[in-house]
Ligand binder design. Structure first.
Ligand code: MF3
Ligand code: CO
Length: 252
């Protein structure tokens, strides 16, 4: 069931989203060669709680940490641990925060030191994919219009679009209807309406779209071991321009 949010609900979602946005900025400035992903998790957890919010992912379906940190060939849902970041890595940070009964959900991929140009291009294009999809975040378009725009941009660069994981409605809980795939699906005929809030999250691979699910029950990796990038924002649909709930950047 898709829930429609009131103007006041959307204000609250922006407040939760601001905590997520600021946590991601803090993670970006904390990323350096030698830091472990567990240390990044602790930094994010402490900041989220300092804002009176709760780290949404902690214990969600049994997830054991507060944020997801996925390095290089890890696509999403990497569990923070002893892995140390190395020069040339890319690190995807996915953050959820619950504040006043509403969830914000967003992700970014950051470079660590000197990253290969082809990998930097993947990171840039993955972000661009989000903004291509955002162009269709208007009343009257369908979810599949967002999906198509993302897929087209990624595949025009020869990248693999992950099929096993999708974006989603977001609101009083992390995952609401509808699904928001990053590839065309005939099932996604739902039209956008004012008050819908969705998380759009392209997960784009440098090589094959194929992924493995690791035995830890969470981590998803590319099958060919090539890098993957992730970029996500929570977005509110309005009668006019969409509202970015987890990003203060001007819409380009
Ligand atoms: N942004 C991710 C998602 O929407 C994060 C979920 S991780 C989980 O699926 F641990 F909370 F499941
Ligand atoms: Co999400």
């Amino acid at each position: 069931m898709i829930t429609i949010k009131s103007a006041q609900d959307i204000e609250r979602m922006r407040a939760a989203g601001k905590v997520v946005e600021d946590t991601l900025k803090l993670l970006e400035s904390s990323v350096r060669v030698g830091i472990t992903t567990a240390e990044l998790d602790r930094i994010a957890d402490a900041y989220i709680r300092s804002q009176g919010a709760y780290p949404t992912f902690l214990n969600y379906n049994g997830y054991p940490k507060s944020v997801c940190i996925s390095v290089n060939e890890e696509v999403v849902h990497g569990i923070p641990g002893k892995r140390k970041l190395r020069d040339g890595d890319i690190v995807s940070c996915d953050v959820g925060a619950t504040l006043n009964g509403f969830v914000g959900d967003a992700a970014r991929t950051f470079p660590v030191g000197n990253v290969a140009q082809e990998t930097m291009d993947l990171v840039r294009v993955t972000r661009e994919c989000f903004f291509e999809g955002l162009k269709y975040c208007r009343v009257g378009y369908r979810i599949s219009d967002i999906s198509k725009a993302i897929q087209k941009h990624a595949e025009s660069h020869g990248y693999g679009v992950v099929r096993e994981l999708v974006g989603h409605g977001v609101g009083r809980v992390l995952h609401e209807d509808p699904e928001v795939p990053n590839f065309y699906s005939p099932r996604s005929r739902q039209r956008l309406e004012a008050g819908m809030t969705i998380a759009i999250e392209p997960m784009i691979n440098l090589g094959t779209a194929r992924v493995w699910q690791l035995d830890d029950g969470w981590t998803v990796t590319t099958q060919d071991g090539k890098p993957s990038a992730h970029y996500e924002n929570s977005v509110a649909i309005t009668d006019g321009d969409p509202i970015l709930l987890t990003c203060s950047e001007a819409i380009l």
